[in-house]
Design a protein around this ligand. Sequence first.
Ligand SMILES: C[S@@+](CC[C@H](N)C(=O)[O-])C[C@H]1O[C@@H](n2cnc3c(N)ncnc32)[C@H](O)[C@@H]1O
Length: 222
Amino acid sequence: MNAWDAHAAQRLADGPLRPLEPPARMEWTQRPGIGPGAEILGEDLAGRRVVELGCGPGHNAAHLASLGARVTGVDRSKGQVQRACAHYGHHGTEFIHSRALGYLTRERERLDVIVSVFGAVGLTEPSRLLGACSRRLGRKGVLAFSVPHPQRTGTIPASPRTRERMTLPDGTAATVDRWDIDPAAWVRAVNRAGLLITDAHNLFAPADARCPTTLLITARKP
Ligand SMILES: C[S@@+](CC[C@H](N)C(=O)[O-])C[C@H]1O[C@@H](n2cnc3c(N)ncnc32)[C@H](O)[C@@H]1O
């Protein structure tokens, strides 16, 4: 069982899932209230076709749907999709159990916005996934993704592919493979996929201004 399936299974075992109201804000980091919100995706998302890659329990997908966007959350973990459907399915957000790359290559509909928040971007080989995102975006479509900042421990990892330790809800450990590449390498990978970088934010946790915790990149299809 991979780490996200194990994470979801433990959350599901906690008890029945409740329908939730969508959060009031888009969160690009793992703590609330840091950095920009959904405004970086464009002024008016009403009617826009949006996909979140690696949506987990669906909080950000539900927020984007609450702004009027037509949202699909995609996650490779069946348990995470089960959680997302139970929490936000009643709000009209669609959740699909699939790997991000498979979903992007299978479907044909043009997308206005693709987002990933500590999701599939960074957890999948970047060139193939960014290329697939670029092919699915329509003209002036937006890609925005956040990843753990490669300098979060003070130094950039020597190898672009790292094995990260993750603590599950019950306190046990699991591992996740991550592409932990420096900001300039992300910019090159995004450009190679045929997208133009529009911004790159280094986001810091308020309690510690020494190292950035999150790298948030936005790009646009020409
Ligand atoms: C840290 S969680 C983030 C969840 C959510 N974006 C959030 O901010 O709450 C990462 C999620 O990405 C999903 N994931 C990882 N690799 C994926 C892939 N290749 N395709 C789709 N989902 C993926 C995992 O199953 C997990 O639910």
